[in-house]
Design a protein around this ligand. Structure first.
Ligand code: AHR
Length: 552
């Protein structure tokens, strides 16, 4: 068994060792009764086998005193890039009967609000590294259209800083702006902070006022560039050059507003030749006095159509987080007053189909990934990993919000909700809870030559006020229902358990316009028969379950 904080791969298959010895004369008296006992055992096993099959194969122990950290609301962040139809035709569609006077699609805003997006990253992504923010302010008709070199479209610049910040206010999300650390300059970044946050009468603050916003926008979160470690990035740099640029940008941005929180560009490039650990180490060494977070990006895919292998990606996600956590500690070691640094997992998702023939799909139809049921399960896997590392993962952004690898998909007439939408909504209810360090034993499986991993991928959070435990369980076995004994340590378990479950017989089931009811969660009450402050529950094969347990 292990705690959910430690490395996974704990086999709980009991070793069936038996010791043999030679029978002595003194044993003979017992021999007959032995035969009798064996016969009874045999008979009993015939009768009892169906019962035995329901005996727990797994165990989950909950202790609300074993806490990991707060599940920060920003873990339920999202991302909107000028890419494909995410902004134009997604968030923003001028002249559409579905849009308001500002050009914001009302149906998308409503779906976004229900999704509970706490923080929105913008304007990219790869787009950020070629974007000059001054092109996107002032009267819309006077803004320049520019060729966009990350994704091969024309950028009309009709949606810019003020539109974005207004949008964030409308959906109740904290804005998070990523500067251009590719082809941009340090001064451009400093002026962007001034435009958004300066309260006095300066040139850029007065430009903002001229464009309709008197009060500063007060943008707190700023990314120091996007995926600068990737050779695909405009203005890609090595770690040393990036460190120098980012340090100067951080300094200058803080002169404009010392209260800003800064996120360094961590690893996105895990390809064979990339020294991803070296990148993070160097960035942390250089920037540890200035940054509040370092980012991580990870996209996964089921390229070889192997469900269990696909959902084993938690090994990579956990490992990347734990390695970067270690690097943060190394960078801070010996410095008692070290600035706290956390991880912003500011791009994550399933993305492998809509990549086109070239490196990336390009233009206005780019990245229109259609999600299926197994992708929805992957949402639970990512969220479980973030919750298990709630002490260090303080921000996470699903990439992206609408149309582009997104849970919301539009056309000119309306939208549908992709399969991935529903687990995101449900996990979102756990924001501000405290993550719990569970004890887990579960049947395991192996992928390639990696260490074994449990079929049950789990996390839990505790809502102290209402004394509710949320137990999040992904059963990633394709064929096996798994019964677990769930034991609780502190507080008495009430018998009534709330169940939220996402399951579907077809792993490939997808949604479409007018047909987004297929992969939907069911909720029910489960009357648990409590013994010794625990009960058994069967998690169906290929399912995601959230149990809500009330503690008295
Ligand atoms: O989210 C799509 C793209 O993936 C982003 O632009 C980039 O940062 C990442 O490679």
């Amino acid at each position: 068994m292990t705690s959910t904080r430690g490395a996974f791969g704990i086999a709980c298959c009991p070793a069936s060792g038996s010791r043999r010895r030679v029978m002595l004369p003194s044993d003979m008296a017992n021999h007959r009764s032995c035969i009798l006992v064996s016969a009874v055992v045999l008979l009993w096993s015939q009768i009892a086998l169906p019962l035995a099959a329901q005996q727990p194969q797994a165990r989950i122990k909950i202790d609300t005193e074993r806490t990991i950290g707060e599940v920060h609301p920003h873990v339920f962040g999202n991302f909107a890039e000028h890419l494909g139809r995410c902004i134009y035709g997604g968030i923003f569609e001028e002249g559409s009967p579905l849009s308001d006077a500002e050009g914001f699609r009302k149906d998308v805003m409503e779906a976004t609000t229900r999704l509970g997006v706490s923080l929105l990253r913008w304007p990219g992504g790869n787009f950020a590294s070629g974007y000059h923010w001054k092109d996107g302010i002032g009267p819309r008709d006077q803004r320049p259209a520019r060729p966009e070199h990350a994704w091969g479209a024309i950028e009309p610049n009709r949606f810019g800083t003020d539109e974005f910040l207004k949008y964030c206010e409308r959906i109740g999300a904290e804005p998070y702006i990523c500067i251009n650390a590719g082809l941009g300059t340090v001064d451009e970044a400093r002026e962007w902070v001034e435009y958004c946050n300066e309260a006095r009468h300066t040139w850029w603050a007065d430009q903002r006022r001229k464009h309709g916003r008197d009060r500063p926008w007060g943008v707190k979160y700023w990314g120091l560039g996007n995926e600068i470690d990737g050779p695909w990035q405009l203005g890609h740099k090595n770690a040393e050059d990036y460190g120098k640029f980012a340090l100067e940008a951080a300094k200058a941005m803080r002169r404009a507003d010392e209260s800003v929180k800064l996120i360094a560009s961590g690893s996105s490039n895990f390809g064979g030749a990339a020294d991803w650990i070296g990148w993070n180490r160097a960035v942390l060494e250089k920037l540890r006095g200035e940054i509040d977070c370092i980012s991580l990006h990870t996209y996964i895919g089921n390229r070889d159509n192997n469900f269990e292998r696909f959902l084993a990606a938690s090994q990579d996600i956990d490992e990347r987080i734990e390695i970067v956590e270690g690097l943060i500690r190394a960078a801070q070691s010996g410095r008692p007053n070290a600035r706290p640094i956390y991880i912003a997992f500011d791009e994550w998702n399933v993305w492998y189909r809509a990549r086109g023939g070239s490196e990336f799909d390009t233009g206005r139809t780019a990245l229109q990934e259609r999600y299926n049921f197994e992708d929805a399960l992957a949402m639970g896997m990512f969220m479980n990993s973030f919750i298990r590392h709630a002490n260090v993962v303080k921000m996470a952004n699903l990439a992206q919000l609408v149309n582009v690898i997104a849970p919301i998909f539009t056309n000119k007439q309306g939208l549908f909700l992709q399969t991935t939408y529903f687990p995101l909504v449900e996990y979102g209810k756990q924001r501000n809870n405290v993550a719990l360090d569970l004890l887990l034993s579960s049947p395991t499986y192996k992928v390639g030559n990696r260490r074994p991993l449990p079929y049950l991928d789990v996390s839990a959070t505790f809502e102290r006020g209402n004394r509710l435990v949320y137990l999040n369980v992904l059963n990633r076995s394709e064929k096996m229902d798994i019964t677990a004994r769930i034991d609780n340590v502190e507080g008495r378990l009430a018998g009534e358990v709330g169940v939220w479950e996402l399951n579907h017989p077809d792993l490939m089931a997808t949604h479409d316009f007018g047909n987004d009811q297929k992969v939907r969660p069911v909720t029910r009450a489960f009357a648990a028969s409590i013994t010794n402050n625990g009960f058994s529950y069967t998690f169906p094969k290929h399912s995601l379950t959230i149990l809500r347990l009330k503690l008295n």
